[in-house]
Design a protein around this ligand. Structure first.
Ligand SMILES: [Fe+2]
Length: 260
């Protein structure tokens, strides 16, 4: 068995510890299990779209996708929440679990260090400045794939295609939005959850993610699937919001067409 399939088996064995007697996962954990599968799938698509990574890099990226949320099972089991502030930082804990569970023991120490770093920073507000440059490509890859998977999930959620226990919005669903949030999103800055006053603010905040993708193939996927256009139609009619979509699409097209 190759390294990835061995890792997949180890991952599945870990997840099996959280299954009920009939083999099923609690609904919330099933959603996280599926999210990992989607991040793996998107990672493959970005790798294929970039067509410039070595077999070593490719294996590291695939393992980062597989392990990035591995602590979610323990998090929910112990705390009944996916809120990091009410439990633990799931990026830090997932990174620690790679060592604790002895995952991918056959990999060179530097490759394991790279995976552990990328997993640790995947959920941080920004990539820490002190991350070793050799670990940047993996950190950027898992962050891109995770964001794209979450965008897809949020769109499915708002279209009523899934009831997802991992999306928790403690915001009122009013028909308005906060002008200052639209301004922040238009300037390409990240909108903080604590500044949001309603669900439309949350949707506006998603546009800032178009500034935080790293790979041309990630931008291509976002454009091909029209992820931001599909968020736009979830919001009220407004010239300002139309302008937000135009700026997101322009930014993505620029990244997509950038020379690798
Ligand atoms: Fe995560």
């Amino acid at each position: 068995m190759d390294t990835f399939n061995q890792a997949r088996t180890a991952f599945d064995r870990h997840v099996a510890g959280f299954r009920d007697a009939d083999g099923s996962l609690p609904f919330a954990l099933e959603a996280k299990f599926n999210h990992t599968g989607e991040v793996c799938e998107i990672t493959e698509r970005i790798i294929a779209g970039e067509a410039r990574f070595s077999p070593r890099d490719t294996l590291i990226f695939r393992l980062c996708a597989l392990f990035h949320d591995i602590s979610r099972f323990e998090q929910y089991d112990k705390f009944r929440t996916f809120l990091d502030r009410a439990s633990f930082d799931h990026g830090d804990r997932s990174a620690a679990l790679i060592d604790e569970l002895g995952l991918v023991p056959e990999l060179p120490a530097e490759d394991r260090a790279c995976i552990i770093d990328a997993v640790r920073v995947h959920n941080k507000f920004a990539i820490p400045a002190d991350l070793p440059p050799a670990h940047l490509a993996a950190a950027k890859m898992v962050r891109d794939a995770d964001k794209l998977a979450i965008l897809r999930l949020i769109i499915r959620f708002f279209n009523g295609d899934c009831s997802d226990p991992t999306i928790r919005l403690d915001l009122p669903d009013t028909p308005d939005w906060t002008p200052a949030i639209l301004e922040t999103a238009l300037s390409g800055k990240c909108v903080r959850y604590t500044d949001m006053k309603c669900i439309n603010d949350f949707k506006l905040g998603l546009f800032a993610w178009s500034c935080d993708l790293n790979y041309p193939a990630s931008a291509a996927l976002a454009l091909d699937e029209d992820l931001f256009g599909r968020v736009r139609v979830l919001l009220p009619a407004s010239d300002g919001i139309d302008a937000l979509l135009v700026s997101a699409r322009t930014r993505l097209a620029k990244l997509r067409d950038k020379e690798a």
